[in-house]
Design a protein around this ligand. Structure first.
Ligand code: FAD
Ligand code: NAI
Length: 493
C-alpha cells in the first residue's frame, strides 16, 4: 500500500513538473519581448519567400546586424514533406503550417513581414516591386522598395510542359491550397459516384484516380490515397470502395530515379500488393474534363476515363524569377533557374543578390534539405559580411586618425575569405503507403538502403523532429493519434 502511494506521488509530481515546464516553454514562446528598432545606419536586407530556404536563413541570421524585411505571399512556412498527408486528411492543414511571425518576432532586431507577391526585381537599381494580391486590400497594394542585399528564395512552380488541360483539370500538390482542393475534389468524386441512378461506367470513371509523375511527390500521394481507401473508405463506403482505382503514370522507364534500384523494386512490389497500377514509359498528352489522353510505350494513343487527376510533373522557374533572369541575359542563360556561384551569389550581379533553393539551377536536387542548408550557410555568410563591414569602417576611422591599420587589415582579409557552400547529403526518405517508407541513407560515407514498417517509424520520427516548432510537433503527433483512434475525416468542405 505504501509502495503504491509512493509510486502515485512520484507519478503526480512528474506529471505536474513536466506540465509546468511545458507550460513555461510555450508561454515564453507566445509572448516575445521587445525588439530593437530598425537602425538607419544598418544595411537593408530583403528576404523574398517564407519557405525552406528563407526560414532556415532567418532562423540562423543575427538580425542585430541588418534591417530585415521579409516579403512572401503567404504569411507562413509550409512543411512540404507532409503535404500529401494533409491531402487525404491524415493531418489537419494548420498542423504543418507555422506563421512566419512566430519566428521573426523572436529575433533580436525587428523584422518587417509583408504579405505580398514579389512582381519584379531590378538588379541594377537594387529595388524590388511587390503587390498584395489577397482578397482584401488597402488603399495601397503595390510598392517598390530599395535593398542593399536581397536573399531570393521564391521556390519553383509546377512544370506542366504546356500540356493541354493540365492547369484547367488537374490538381497540383505544391501549396497548401492544392492539398485542400485535392481532398475536396476527391470526396466530391466519391459522393457523386454514390448519387442514385449513376451508371456503372460513370461510377468507374468517377472513382478512377490518376496520379501523374513517378517522382517522390507522385509516389507519396498514391501511397496516402491508398491508405485513405484501405483505412477509412472501405468502412464508410462499402458499396463504392472496391471500385476505387489508383493509377500512377510515369513517362520514364522507372519511378523514383533518385532512389537505389532495390528501393525502386520494393516500391513497385508494394504498389502491386496495394493494387496501385503503375504505368511507366507512358506519357500524358492531354487532360480533358473527364478523361486523360496517354501515349503508351508502343506509341499508341489511349484515352482513359478519370474522376480526378493529380499532376506531380516536377518543377519550373516562377515568372518573377524568369523576369529577373531576363534582366541579366549574359550571365543567366539556364532556363531551369537562377545561376549562382559557390557562395550563392547570383551570376551577373555585384554580389548584392543571393539566390537559394528551388529557384536556382545547380548541381543539387531541388529539395528541402538543400534549401535549408543553403539558408543556414547564407546566414553565416551574412554574419561574416557584418564583421567585414564593421572592420572596413574601423580601418577608415583609423586611417582618418592616422593610426596603424595593419592588424585591422589582417582581420579584414580573413573576413573577406568566404567559404563556399558545401552540401552534406543526409539521405532520401519517402512514404509509400501501407505504413511503409523507403530510405536511402548515408552514415559516415556508407550507403544504406532500407524499406518497410521500421523505416516508416524512422520516417515519422525524422519528420516529427524536423518540424518547425514544438507547436507543430504537438499538432502533428496529436493528428496521428486522432487518425489511429477515430480515422480520417470524410467531410467535404
Ligand atoms: P519553398 O519552400 O517552395 O518556398 C518558396 C517561398 O516563396 C514560399 O514561401 C512562397 O510562398 C514564396 N513565394 C512564391 N512566389 C513568391 C513571390 N512572387 N514573391 C515572394 N515570395 C514568393 N524535399 C525534401 O528534401 N524532402 C522531402 O520529403 C520533400 N517532400 C516534398 C513533398 C512535396 C509534396 C513537395 C511539393 C516538395 C517536397 N520536397 C521535399 C521539396 C521541398 O519542398 C523543396 O525543395 C523546398 O520547398 C525548396 O525550398 P525553397 O525555399 O526553395 O522554396
Ligand atoms: P520530379 O521531377 O521528381 O518527378 C516528376 C516526374 O513526372 C518525372 O519523373 C517525370 O518524368 C514525370 N512526368 C513529367 N511529365 C510527364 C508526362 N507528361 N507524363 C508522364 N510523366 C511525366 O517531381 P516531384 O516528385 O514533384 O519532386 C520535385 C522535387 O522535390 C524533387 O527534387 C524531389 O526530390 C523533391 N521531393 C522530395 C521528396 C522526398 O524526398 N520524399 C518528396 C517530394 C518531392
Amino acid at each position: 500500500c505504501h509502495t503504491l502511494q509512493f509510486i502515485g506521488r512520484v507519478t503526480l509530481i512528474t506529471i505536474v513538473t513536466t506540465g509546468g515546464v511545458f507550460y513555461y516553454i510555450t508561454q515564453k514562446d507566445r509572448h516575445p519581448g521587445q525588439q530593437l528598432p530598425h537602425d538607419p545606419s544598418k544595411k537593408n536586407l530583403v528576404v523574398v519567400g517564407s519557405g525552406w530556404g528563407s526560414t532556415a536563413f532567418l532562423k540562423n541570421l543575427d538580425t542585430s546586424d541588418y534591417n530585415v524585411t521579409v516579403i512572401s505571399p503567404h504569411n507562413f512556412f509550409l512543411f512540404t514533406p507532409l503535404l500529401p498527408s494533409v491531402a487525404v486528411g491524415t493531418l489537419a492543414t494548420n498542423s504543418i503550417l507555422q506563421p512566419i511571425r512566430y519566428l521573426t518576432r523572436h529575433k533580436n532586431r525587428k523584422v518587417t513581414v509583408i504579405e505580398a507577391e514579389a512582381k519584379s526585381v531590378d538588379p541594377i537599381a537594387k529595388t524590388i516591386t511587390f503587390a498584395d494580391e489577397t482578397e482584401v486590400q488597402g488603399e495601397v497594394s503595390s510598392t517598390t522598395i530599395p535593398f542593399d542585399y536581397l536573399v531570393y528564395a521564391v521556390g519553383a512552380q509546377t512544370q506542366t510542359f504546356g500540356i493541354p488541360g493540365v492547369k484547367e483539370h488537374a490538381s497540383f500538390m505544391k501549396e497548401i491550397q492544392d492539398a485542400e482542393k485535392f481532398k475536396r475534389r476527391f470526396m466530391d468524386c466519391v459522393e457523386s459516384a454514390g448519387f442514385p441512378g449513376q451508371s456503372e461506367e460513370e461510377i468507374n470513371r468517377l472513382l478512377h484516380m490518376v496520379v501523374v509523375g513517378g517522382g517522390p511527390t507522385g509516389i507519396e500521394v498514391s501511397g496516402e490515397l491508398h491508405d485513405f481507401l484501405e483505412d477509412d473508405l472501405k468502412s464508410w463506403y462499402p458499396e463504392l470502395s472496391s471500385k476505387i482505382k489508383i493509377t500512377l503514370i510515369e513517362a520514364l522507364p522507372s519511378v523514383l530515379p533518385m532512389f537505389s534500384r532495390e528501393l525502386i523494386d520494393y516500391t513497385v512490389s508494394t504498389f502491386k500488393e496495394s493494387k496501385i497500377d503503375i504505368l511507366t514509359g507512358t506519357m500524358v498528352k492531354e487532360i480533358k474534363e473527364k478523361s486523360i489522353v496517354l501515349q503508351m510505350p508502343d506509341k499508341s494513343i489511349k484515352e482513359v476515363p478519370v474522376g480526378l487527376v493529380v499532376w506531380a510533373g516536377g518543377n519550373k522557374a516562377r515568372d518573377v524569377s524568369v523576369n529577373l533572369m531576363s534582366r541579366l541575359p549574359d550571365a543567366q542563360k539556364n532556363k531551369r533557374g537562377i545561376t549562382v556561384d559557390d557562395h550563392l551569389r547570383m551570376a551577373g550581379t555585384d554580389g548584392s543578390i543571393f539566390a537559394l533553393g528551388d529557384c536556382t539551377s545547380s548541381q543539387y536536387a531541388p529539395t528541402a534539405q538543400v534549401a535549408s542548408q543553403q539558408g543556414a550557410y547564407l546566414a553565416r555568410m551574412f554574419r561574416q559580411f557584418a564583421k567585414r563591414d564593421a572592420l572596413l569602417e574601423q580601418i577608415s576611422a583609423a586611417r582618418h586618425e592616422g593610426k596603424s591599420t595593419e592588424s585591422l587589415e589582417k582581420q579584414f582579409t580573413k573576413a573577406e575569405n568566404l567559404r563556399p557552400f558545401h552540401y552534406s547529403h543526409q539521405g532520401s526518405l519517402a512514404y509509400i503507403g501501407s505504413e511503409k517508407a523507403i530510405a536511402d541513407l548515408e552514415f559516415f560515407h556508407h550507403k544504406f538502403a532500407s524499406g518497410g514498417v521500421a523505416t516508416f517509424l524512422f520516417w515519422r520520427s525524422a519528420y516529427l523532429s524536423t518540424l518547425f516548432s514544438l507547436r507543430n510537433r504537438v499538432l502533428v503527433a496529436t493528428d496521428w493519434l486522432k487518425v489511429k483512434l477515430f480515422g480520417r475525416d470524410l467531410v467535404r468542405d
